[in-house]
Design a protein around this ligand. Structure first.
Ligand code: OAA
Ligand code: MG
Length: 234
């Protein structure tokens, strides 16, 4: 299979990325019909952080980070580098030095379906990464692969230029062609949740406004007035 690097990709407009920043991973995932969410084992190394931007992808061979070095040159400010490997990999594919280079290019953050190292330093640098593992084992820089090829990260298809959002809840991907529709659906969901929250704050019970009492009855869940009544029935 031909190995390649695509230097220029189409990215979503900045205006729409700004609008997405008001959303969250869980909202987008729900609005997309419960899809696009990565494996929850990809965890953030810094909490209370949200990133949202176009995906640049790097596909490396396990234990070799040559294609990450090649990807750095292709990244533009605001990009999110999505790194996957051919073959399972728990070696520390990126560390403080690569993160220094990524920060210098204005990359917002990294999603990596393998491992990283130098975590204390990267936290200190305030650079957000969602990673499957942390491991000090080093890598080689000898094997060709792909930059800006379609890939699968954390179980989700990612194409270059897709929108990636990551926050404390995980990582979600919005395919390029769905960006406008997902935004509208997400906004609708936020409106609905705002109304629900207002009801909760007014003291309304979710059992009533979701009309869940018939469901409890259908599930044959029985109410007792107190523990004595329960004991008597046993
Ligand atoms: O150099 C590497 O291969 C990974 C690393 O530790 C760094 O980027 O600092
Ligand atoms: Mg290092």
């Amino acid at each position: 299979m031909e190995k390649y690097i695509v230097k220029n990709i189409k990215r979503p407009e900045l205006k729409i990325l700004d609008e997405y920043m008001d959303l969250s991973v869980s909202t987008i995932y729900e609005a997309q019909g419960k899809s696009g969410i990565m494996d929850p084992q990809l965890q953030p190394i810094i909490s209370n952080t949200k990133i949202c931007g176009p995906a640049v992808t790097a596909v490396c061979y396990a234990g070799d980070n040559l294609m990450i070095h090649a990807a750095i040159e292709v990244c533009k400010p605001g990009d999110i580098l999505v790194i996957t490997t051919v073959g399972e990999c728990i070696a520390g594919m990126i560390g403080e030095l690569i993160v220094t280079a990524l920060q210098k290019r204005g990359v917002q953050g990294v999603i990596i379906d393998s491992a990283i190292r130098d975590v204390a330093e990267i936290r200190e640098m305030g650079f957000p990464i969602w990673t499957r593992a942390i491991h000090s084992q080093g890598t080689t820089k000898t094997k060709g692969g792909w930059v800006n090829a379609p890939t699968v990260c954390g179980g989700v298809n990612v194409c270059p230029g897709d929108l990636v959002m990551a926050d404390d809840d995980g990582v979600v991907v919005v395919q390029k062609g769905d960006i406008h529709a997902s935004l509208e659906l997400s906004k609708k969901r936020i409106l609905k949740e705002t109304t629900t929250k207002e009801k909760i704050l007014r003291g309304e019970l979710s059992l009533d406004f979701y009309n869940l009492r018939p469901t409890l009855a259908n599930e044959q869940v029985v109410y007792y007035e107190n523990e004595d009544e329960l004991e008597k029935s046993c």
